[in-house]
Design a protein around this ligand. Structure first.
Ligand SMILES: [Zn+2]
Length: 165
């Protein structure tokens, strides 16, 4: 937990963060000011599972409009969430009655988490794909578009496993 030590965006710097806390690619990239693809490469070269592990359906991200999240929004978002030991994010801010984390009135923390995590606007309902209820780790969230694509791309794979004697 040596957060105070500045880390450069070197292969080693990224590797150190990944091995210490396995933060999502987007977050590591943001912290070090480097490209997400660089972080993904280091992760691969370390032999680590791609992030997110749970929500990774092997589906390529559907193309859609990129969504820039303002620095102020990011800041406010990061202040209100807590990283748990196992990589989930707990929301420290307000919640709706049903437990849905609320960022600001009329906007759930899920939507902001999704935008920060994926750099894209969520389409349709957002669902938490991991085992922690109300997790606000962007990489653990899926939107309708992702789920639709996951279903479509899984269909051919099922045939391959259908070698029933
Ligand atoms: Zn989670």
């Amino acid at each position: 937990m040596t957060e105070c030590e500045p880390v450069r965006a070197s292969w080693e710097g990224i590797a150190r963060i990944l091995q210490a806390e396995n933060a999502p690619d987007a977050e590591v990239a943001e912290r070090l000011g480097c490209r997400e693809s660089f972080v993904a490469r280091v992760r691969r070269e370390l032999g680590m599972e791609p992030w997110p592990v749970r929500a990774n359906t092997g589906v390529r991200w559907p193309r859609r409009d990129a969504h820039e999240v303002s620095e102020e929004t990011r800041q406010r978002f990061f202040e209100q969430r807590k990283v748990t030991d196992d990589g989930h994010r707990r929301w420290l801010g307000r919640h709706l009655k049903d437990g849905t984390p609320l960022f600001v009135s009329g906007q759930t923390a899920y939507r902001v988490a999704f935008r920060i995590g994926h750099g894209q606007d969520p389409i349709g309902q957002i669902r938490v794909e991991c085992e922690m209820p109300h997790c606000v780790e962007g990489g653990h969230l899926s939107d309708r578009l992702m789920r639709d694509q996951a279903v479509q791309q899984r269909l051919p794979g099922q045939e391959a496993h259908d070698a029933h004697a």
